[in-house]
Write a protein that binds this ligand. Structure first.
Ligand SMILES: [Zn+2]
Length: 426
């Protein structure tokens, strides 16, 4: 053995390369598809059994009554905790175990976990079972290669991230599982590329706008009031008044891709008029038209001002457009979050990337959200980042894969960062 503890740690991880691949494959073979939330219990128990055998105390937390939870699809989370030989901080690795539907376009079985050309293929390989496996191997190698670690190591596998995290991290955070003094630093191994430290994400506001009209025979539209035309007026105002403002609003958040360094608004859907059988269009003036908007907000914006901006635009239409009536309904909202890039977890992870990869890391923010929001807003734990293997663009795609080399390197980064945090040398 070399006398350099870091070399020894890296050797311990290199020696586990095949084990890391097999662990990733085993995790992919649980088809934990959400919705509906398939196979959560066996996947959680697989993780729990493994860590219990390595000296962790394991808890299963059933998020009773959260969206989708029932007898068939119970929302089961696993949290494993291992205190060290002396007091110190707690470093927690949190991964979601759910994956999105496999969808079409695959050339390989999405749940067979095929290994080919230095990659592990499968739904969830990139997002984020490769990251989960890397964090488990990192922690196991760290424990083995040090005689007496101070502090506490935790690993969790949580559910429902892909549907908002309410049965997963949100549920746990509400019950103190993600708050100091129980936990001090959190790394979420989401696939954001092996050389990037993700310190936060933009916020979200989803809402449904409905315009109201009056039904009439399609041959005499002047007797009714067309809700679709009113919705067209809304879209026109978005184009004229709102989009130019959103594009002009830039953030200091280092969001990637750079196109997302502005406020954005997507029109997710518009539905108006009566349903129709093929070939039999309904001869009616529509009395309702509904639009779902997806507004992404910046750390510099407040959710209230974002909502007010849209309401004011609609109110102006009430004043200016004959017969314009609307209603608006919130569907979902998440505030933006951003950790301090000079905070302990960001700094120690960045230093570990420099050591393992020999280059400076990039600090980024994610255009979409992930579970950091619940840890920050509900758990009141600020020292949280996302760092993990996997190429962000491959998440949710057909033939999703993770590079084995990236998993090994990220395991080294995670182990080294955790060690620095435990010893307080970040
Ligand atoms: Zn993910």
């Amino acid at each position: 053995m070399s006398s350099d503890p870091t070399d020894n740690l890296f050797k311990a991880i290199d020696a586990r390369r095949d084990e890391l691949v097999e662990l990733t494959r085993a995790l992919i073979r649980f088809p934990t598809v959400n919705p509906p939330g398939e196979g959560y219990r066996p996947c959680a128990e697989f993780i729990g059994d493994r860590l219990r055998a390595r000296g962790f105390a394991v808890d299963y937390v059933h998020a009773v009554g959260t969206p989708g939870d029932d007898e068939r699809y119970p929302r089961i989370n696993v949290v494993a905790r291992r205190p060290g030989k002396s007091p110190g901080p707690c470093v927690h690795f949190n991964s979601h175990i759910d994956v999105v539907q496999s969808g079409g376009g695959w050339t390989l079985d999405p749940f067979a976990a095929v290994v080919k050309d230095g990659r592990v293929y499968g739904r969830g390989s990139c997002d984020m079972k490769g990251g989960l496996a890397a964090s488990i191997i990192a922690v196991e190698a760290l424990i083995e290669s040090a005689d007496a670690l101070p502090g506490t190591l935790e690993i969790s596998g949580t559910v429902d991230e892909e549907s908002g995290g309410y049965g997963g991290v949100h549920y746990l955070a509400e019950r103190g599982w993600f708050s100091p003094p129980r936990v001090d630093h959190v790394i979420i191994p989401e696939p954001l590329n092996v050389d990037r430290v993700c310190i936060g994400h933009r916020g979200v506001w989803w809402a449904e706008i409905e315009t109201h009209g009056r039904m009439a025979h399609g041959s005499m539209p002047f007797l009714g009031d067309c809700a679709v035309r009113h919705m067209h007026a809304v879209v026109e105002r978005f184009e004229r008044d709102l989009y130019p403002q959103l594009v002009a609003r830039r953030t200091d958040m280092p969001v990637v891709p750079a196109g997302a360094r502005h406020s954005t608004l997507n029109i997710n859907s518009i539905h108006g008029g009566q349903g129709e059988a093929p070939g039999y269009p309904a001869p009616l003036v529509p009395d309702s038209c509904r639009m779902v908007i997806d507004r992404r907000l910046l750390i510099e914006e407040s959710i209230d001002s974002v909502k007010a901006e849209v309401r004011e635009l609609l109110e102006r239409l009430v004043e200016e457009r004959a017969g314009f009536r609307y209603s608006i309904r919130d569907i979902f909202e998440v505030r933006p979050t951003m950790a301090d890039r000079n905070g302990l977890v960001a700094r120690s992870t960045a230093a570990a990337i420099r050591r393992v990869l020999g280059r400076d890391p990039e600090f980024i923010c994610s255009p979409g959200t992930y579970d950091q929001k619940h840890i920050d807003r509900v758990g009141k734990l600020r020292d949280c980042i996302a760092y993990g293997p996997g190429i962000l663009d491959l998440a949710h795609q057909p033939d999703e894969y993770v590079l084995i080399e990236d998993m090994v390197n990220s395991a080294k980064v995670m182990a080294l960062a955790a060690r620095s945090l435990l010893y307080g040398i970040a």
